[in-house]
Ligand binder design. Sequence first.
Ligand SMILES: Cc1ncc(C[n+]2csc(CCOP(=O)(O)OP(=O)(O)O)c2C)c(N)n1
Length: 662
Amino acid sequence: MEISTERRVTPPAQPLTADEVQAMDAYWRACNYLCAGMLYLRANPLLKEPLRPEHFKNRLLGHWGTDPGQTFIWVHLNRVIRKYDLNMFYIAGPGHGAPAVLSNCYLEGTYSEVYPEKSVDETGMLRLFQAFSFPGQLGSHCTPEVPGSIHEGGELGYSLSHAFGAAFDNPDLIVSVAVGDGEAETGPLATSWHSNKFLNPIRDGAVPPILHLNGYKIANPTVLGRIDPEEIENLFKGYGWTPHLVEGDDPNTMHQKMAAAVETCILKIRSIQEEARSTNNPVRPRWPMIILRSPKGWTGPEEVDGHRVEDFWRAHQIPVLDVKANPGHLKIVEEWMRSYRPHELFDDRGTLIPELRGLQPTGERRMSANPHANGGRLRKPLDLPDFRDYCVSIDNPGTKFASPTEALGRFLRDVMRRNMSIFRVFSPDENASNRLQDIYQASLKTWLAPYKPEDADGTNIAPDGRVMEMLSEHTLEGWLEGYLLTGRHGLFNTYESFAHIIDSMYNQFSKWLEKAKLEIDWRSPVSSLNLLITSLVWRQDHNGFTHEDPGFLDVVSNKSAGVTRIYLPPDANCLLSVADHCLRSVDYVNVIVSDKQQHLLSIWKRQSSTAPRGLGFGIGPATTPAVTPTSLWHAQAIFQPKKPWLQSRFFAKRFLTSRSGS
Ligand SMILES: Cc1ncc(C[n+]2csc(CCOP(=O)(O)OP(=O)(O)O)c2C)c(N)n1
């Protein structure tokens, strides 16, 4: 069932001229120089004088080991962006290597455009160095403040799923992603390799992962770094990828190998897409990926005090410590930084020389300025039907039963119909179980793997389906985050007790949002992340105790009310109103808790009236539309008359929420 890509798509083994190698290597040296400067210097940024102790920062904080590999990747991606006019941006899985990304943003001028005081001259360079890893200024990780980034990367594991989320419904986009070999050991990352089975080559973009096999983590070898080459190749072939190995440490040879591998991937991606699009045949291809085996801390100090550093775990953070008090260490850093020959790279003013600027893509083709990485700029509001049309009509409250999520399913079906390229629904194999199955009338579930005849009988799968179902809460959450941060809309539904699987992702996303929304004015608002928590503790029927846990709200309620909201609609009609509100909102995580079982309707819409009336419950601003807040009593009276503690839980949450700023 593979697409045949017979046409030759292999570039020459040595695609670069000697001049190109020299220029790309010089650009790479400039990046690495800036990385080292960020880690070490607070004065003398261009080494115009010999380094002295007072030129060094008092505290040395940050990560070196991953940087040179990531800057190497970036320089090579720039070459193909220019050559093929690609719409591409970059995700740094080992996001602790912020210097790698920052150095490129800075050299491309994007950083100075966003933060003018970090100008592209000696003064700006010094300010960049000083601000790095300094309290209240630049984080040592790729934070939301970094232009061109949608991925914080502090908590490892989500880079690949973010990349796929960004690529869905963006047929022109390529999202390159560096995956750390340590990061690859995490559960979320390990399962996300399967995302290639959900990428439709006709309507989606492409994700070429670059596994950065530098062999070490903080203080250990990596699992993938110590298995034999055949095993690793087979592993990725088994995941459905076509791996291309780039291995070595000699820069000149490595530039040739990397240029050939990157170009092969781009040509292969184009060929896959052209074939699928021209034949309208979206079967699953074997997408290309790169395995980059290069030394950790490449080009840095080889040894310090008789201990190996380069190509070892000791290169992970600051490779040479105690530079102010130890003249030998100071000398090592000075020789290391001068080995990049900064005077050849920057002019007297501290600006990158024009020959090297010529290697950069321009305008929005710069990965640091790609508009998809500030997705709110591209966001269009959803075209929503009137939710009132989906309300269950009753004449009096408490006289009729309905499943809240079933009613929501009908609404979401039509939301999907009206927004077929900017809206997706995500669930870990539970859409139908959560009674949202009516969505399938508008769109089936994405499935690019082979089909069996019996699938026609109710499996509801199709290559162009827009409902995303895979049994990995991590991958789904990652996809949704990537989809939202690149300007689209979505809803995730999951069983209440298993929402805990993404506790930590929820934490990280809320923190990203809090920074992006409250502190970074150049980031445009993105659609809210809507989490429907259903199959509730109260009505688990056959599932019992393992499926009972209302604790996800504990996690939610300790986050800032500036970016999080909890909604507890007691019935179908209130849920519809809440869903309508949440799908319109921006820059929040909306957690909607609503059951799938039949419940008495307490919010009513008379046959003759247009708006639902009655009582609902929300933790949020009093402006929550169409929902009169604080009728937990009401819901309690109907649903849980024997649970008086429910009320005190509410007050505890309300207290916590208001303490954090509501
Ligand atoms: C989920 C998670 N667990 C642990 C850490 C702590 N940590 C930071 S960097 C790192 C090693 C990462 O190794 P790798 O992904 O290979 O990156 P690189 O070696 O290129 O720096 C660890 C364990 C983390 N950031 N996230």
